[in-house]
Design a protein around this ligand. Structure first.
Ligand code: FES
Ligand SMILES: [Fe+2]
Length: 441
């Protein structure tokens, strides 16, 4: 069906959302046009293309993109499409093309900034309208490309908010990711895990800051980890710290999640405070803090480490956990299909134990093979199945509705609650974007 803006607006009420927002193919197409192909969408971190000639594939809405680094060290974002007869230029997710990109169909060759360099039998174009310097024969660039602290984004809208204005309060996620490195730089480690979820992209985003689910969904994982921990202790040993990432799900319990506040920033971004602030006083952490003091001075280092933040959603495309150097991208593939890419980073200048902590969280909590993720995936799939049925029209977002409060344009959850504020907040942003006409919102 064709959706009018009035009809779209009716899908989102202050405390509930109509199921069609999650299942309708035409709504999905409009989301791609008005949200993912309009707003700033994450491409990748600069360390994914560390060396001249490196390239990495990304996606903005339905558009295939490629990030490259040229011989001068400049980063470029280009459509992954050959201007000759339209073939995708690169199909491997990443690689090095130091001598430029070469199309596998008829061997048109491109510089790493997308300009056409050469092709076989060029004399065949003599006397035609072809001109090697004409941009129509170069790889196309998205209208706007920018980075914030080494994290690159593209927007397919010619005009609109700058990247920094769009990121607003969510900039804190990138500041924390980078500032926590004593060497003041971070880099990705290895490649990412890619996972295709059989559910709508909004179900993933909504789950990330949903503090009423871990004590239920992950209770069995927490219970098993606690049992293993106590067995290890019975043998007079200390369990590895990373086990705590799992046993916490049981230790915190259901009601314990009321102590973690949530915040809604302009443009749909949201955060979960607290949880793993990670300021334990074990020797590894003490060594890390010492290195931070040396790098920044005590006052500035304490300011960085005191930020009480566990999880940030950068609307509509990222889920970031800065204290554990984790970042997940959201690439919607269809109304009931979403790909996430799961990355982790190394803090330059930090001791190895701090990296092992990030790796432990990556493997034990965020990877596709954990019990944590498996239980989440199963719930998201079940939500999608239920929403596609005629068993009811509405999704409830009522928990603590009416008790959120606003200060200076930023929304805060009620104290001691497991408020569904982030879900309501994102859906209100969704309504605003979906009822604007895209490209420049
Ligand atoms: S389609 Fe790329 S060279 Fe022909
Ligand atoms: Fe979960």
């Amino acid at each position: 069906m064709t959706w009018s803006n009035d009809e779209i607006a009716k899908l989102v009420e202050p405390d509930r959302v109509h199921r069609k927002a999650y299942v309708d193919p035409d709504i999905f197409d409009l989301e791609m046009e008005r949200i993912f192909e309009t707003l700033w969408v994450y491409i990748g971190h600069e360390s994914q293309v560390k060396n001249p000639g490196d390239y990495y594939l990304a996606q903005v809405g339905r558009q295939p993109m490629i990030m490259t680094r040229d011989a001068n060290g400049e980063i470029h974002v280009l459509y992954n499409r050959c201007p000759h007869r339209g073939a995708k230029l690169c199909t491997a997710h990443s690689g090095n093309a130091r001598r430029g990109l070469r199309c596998s169909y008829h061997a048109w060759m491109f510089h790493l900034d997308g300009k056409l360099n050469n092709m076989p039998a060029m004399q065949g174009y003599d006397g035609t309208n072809f001109d090697i310097n004409d941009p129509q024969f170069h790889m196309k660039k998205p209208p706007r490309v920018d980075n914030y602290r080494g994290f690159w984004f593209a927007s397919l809208a010619e005009e609109g908010q700058s990247l920094e204005d769009h990121l607003a309060g969510s900039k804190l996620a990138f500041d924390q990711l980078v500032d926590r490195a004593p060497g003041k730089e971070i880099e990705v480690v290895g490649d990412c895990f890619r996972m295709v979820q059989q559910s709508n992209w909004k179900i993933f985003l909504e789950n990330q800051l949903d503090s009423s689910h871990p004590g239920v969904t992950h209770e069995s994982t927490g219970h098993a980890a606690l049992t293993v921990e106590s067995d290890i202790k019975k043998h007079g040993e200390e369990p590895p710290m990373a086990y705590g990432f799992l046993s916490d799900f049981k230790r915190i319990g259901f009601d314990g999640w009321t102590k973690f506040g949530t915040v809604g920033y302009p443009n749909g971004h949201a955060t979960l405070e607290g949880y793993m602030g990670l300021r334990p006083t074990d020797p590894d952490t003490n060594e890390y803090v010492k290195r931070m003091y040396e790098a920044y001075g005590e006052e500035k280092a304490e300011e960085i480490l005191a930020v009480d933040l566990h999880h940030v959603l950068v609307y509509p495309c990222l889920s970031i956990q800065p204290p554990l150097q984790q970042l997940r991208t959201i690439r919607p593939l269809g109304p009931n299909k979403t790909m996430t890419e799961i990355w982790h980073f190394r803090l330059k200048g930090a001791n190895e134990a701090i990296y092992q902590r990030a790796l432990g969280y990556y493997y034990l909590v965020n990877s596709p093979s954990t019990m944590v993720n498996a239980d989440d995936l199963f719930n998201w799939w079940k939500c999608q199945q239920g929403l596609e049925s005629d068993g009811g029209d509405w999704v409830s977002l009522h928990r603590d509705y009416g008790r959120d409060y606003q200060e200076d344009g930023v929304w805060h959850s009620a104290p001691d609650s497991m408020s569904e504020l982030p879900l309501r907040h994102m859906m209100q942003a969704w309504k605003t974007y979906m009822t604007a006409n895209g490209k420049g919102a």
